[in-house]
Design a protein around this ligand. Structure first.
Ligand code: Z5A
Ligand code: MG
Length: 218
């Protein structure tokens, strides 16, 4: 349901370090919107189902090795292959909720030592999220959650380095796109408490937004 004929769906991104509860909250939000009679779609990144996604999946599970630059570009290519569908859905009034996006791409690759600017370039001009919710959780709590440590990057030192890069990514978003597009959320507490906190913070953006879809980093 759109509030006016000119409004389009909102593009909302969930970001954060490992195990902070992104996937749990994204699916709850999509379910709630559907219960309320709105059209919403979940978009997971990486999307491991595509041909590129399968290469990424093998890399994350340490079944394949890859040069750091090459895997970075594959993560970005994986977003580009989904970009047209995201735009189409937004234009049709569907709220698109993404579980990670380009911000993870930069933070994780820069944490490995790739230059920040190199990490940012391939995603330039992708659909710009209307709102990014950055969930934060102390490392001790994240490490204690199930399945932490199963995939590449799931080490405490890598998570600490990535946390620092996420802070730089936030600064960049705020500098280029304004402070109202990036909201940091304390992800501690129960699943239901966090769900309520998120509901309060996103407000009425899920009722549709006016204006063209922006371009990331432009
Ligand atoms: N990556 C990259 O390098 N470049 C890129 O461009 C992109 C990604 C897009 C895989 O991502 C890796 O890819 C990731 C970044 C890198 N590497 N790392 N680290 P992924 O998104 O596929 O990762 P995942 O396997 O889905 O895990 P996750 O996203 O880190 O977890 P989460 O979605 O934030 O958490 P969750 O699945 O909702 O919850 C984790 C567990 O905690 C689960 O058992 C829940 O039931 C439990 N949980 C959830 N909420 C709570 C609360 N509130 N209390 C207690 N327990 C909870
Ligand atoms: Mg997840």
């Amino acid at each position: 349901q759109s509030t006016s004929s000119s409004s389009r769906g909102a593009f909302i991104v969930f970001e954060g370090l490992d195990r902070c509860g992104k996937s749990t909250q994204v699916s709850r939000l999509v379910d709630r919107l559907e219960r309320e009679g709105r059209k919403a779609r979940l978009q997971k990144f990486p999307d491991r189902t595509t041909a590129i996604g399968k290469m990424i999946d093998a890399y994350l599970q340490s079944k394949a090795e890859m040069d750091d630059h090459a895997i970075h570009l594959l993560f970005s290519a994986n977003r580009w292959e989904c970009a047209a569908a995201i735009k189409r859905d937004l234009e049709q009034g569907i709220t698109v909720i993404a579980d990670r996006y380009a911000f993870s791409g930069i933070a994780f690759s820069a944490a490995k030592g790739l230059p920040f600017d190199f990490c940012l370039q391939p995603d330039k001009s992708l659909p710009l999220p209307d709102l990014t919710l950055y969930l934060t959780l102390p490392q001790e709590e994240a490490s204690g959650r199930s399945q932490f440590g199963e995939e590449r990057y799931e080490t405490v030192s890598m998570q600490q380095a990535t946390r620092k890069q996420f802070a730089l990514v936030a600064q960049e978003v705020i500098k280029i796109h304004g402070e109202d597009r990036w909201i940091e959320i304390d992800a501690r507490g129960t699943i239901e408490e966090l769900e309520d906190r998120i509901k309060g913070l996103i407000g009425n953006v899920t009722e549709g937004v006016n204006g063209d879809i922006g371009r990331l980093w432009v």
